[in-house]
Design a protein around this ligand. Structure first.
Ligand code: SAH
Length: 248
């Protein structure tokens, strides 16, 4: 399966490519008490909804880096639409190893921690960009409840139970890396539904528009199996949240 292509198809109608609603993203922006002019670096910025709405709502400035050309173009369009194109820039490229030229108030990686080879590696990468007293934001899954078997973890699209921690253990792991957790906003089952169920209608519409595409067989199979897989596994077992960290 071409993971990147199926991801681009399934999430082409998403503005937020993670289990947050616009309301939760706004809650997070308010929770961080961002000051006007705060500079934000966002690695794996997707369609740029976080930077664009926070630029509009809080007057932040920032840069997003993302490997998807489609999402990066969507991000630039969104910045124009919200009238913040002079505050935010979106770079199409690999964010692995990306460090900001100018120090930032907030360095984030929301739902893309493979960029730094896992949570710890991504925090280490992000930590190279903030000003003293700056913040790191990490968006990461955790187990809402421990999967009873490896098969259940794989049903949640994890490779193994060991991929994720329970929430208290995830918070403790930030402490062991030398960080205070100073804020967090968590997804819930309803916000997960917005992320996952949105893909189903997008796939259905894509199939109607592209019946002859060689990729259609895979998309058809996904649309058939996804609702049940999601309801059985991810919705019950997988949590997700954004954690704000400051060095101790
Ligand atoms: N933070 C965004 C997107 C999360 S989805 C949001 O919350 O909406 C993960 C994103 O990471 C995708 O947009 C994908 O294109 C991007 N990505 C994956 N690997 C990457 C890499 N090595 N460098 C930059 N972006 C990457």
């Amino acid at each position: 399966m071409d993971i990147l292509r199926i991801f681009n198809v399934m999430e082409s109608a998403h503005r937020i490519h993670n289990p947050f609603t616009p309301e939760k993203l706004a809650t997070l922006g308010a929770a961080l008490r961002l000051e006007k002019g705060t500079r934000i670096l966002d690695l794996g910025s997707g369609s740029g909804e976080m930077l664009c709405t926070w630029a509009r709502d809080h007057g932040i400035v920032g840069t997003g880096v993302d490997m998807s050309l489609l999402f990066t173009e969507q991000a630039k369009r969104r910045a124009m639409e919200l009238g913040v194109a002079d505050q935010v820039a979106f770079i199409h490229g690999d964010a692995a190893g990306y460090v900001s030229d100018e120090k930032v108030g907030v360095a984030s990686c929301i739902g893309a921690t493979w960029i730094g080879g896992g949570v710890a590696g991504t925090i280490e990468l992000l930590a190279r960009s903030p000003l003293p007293g700056g913040m790191i934001l990490v968006g990461e899954p955790f187990w809402r409840q421990m999967p009873p078997t490896e098969a259940v973890a794989q049903g949640c699209e994890a490779t193994a139970i060991a991929d994720f921690l329970l929430l208290p253990d995830l918070l403790a792991s930030f402490g062991r890396l030398g960080y205070d957790v100073v804020e967090m906003v968590l997804a819930d089952q309803d916000s997960w539904d917005r992320y996952e169920a949105t893909k189903w209608l997008t796939m259905r519409r894509w199939l109607e528009a592209n019946p002859e595409d060689p990729f259609a067989t895979e998309v058809r199979a996904m649309l058939t199996s996804e609702p049940l897989r999601y309801a059985t596994f991810t919705r019950e077992f997988l949590g997700w949240g954004v954690f704000a960290l400051m060095t101790r």
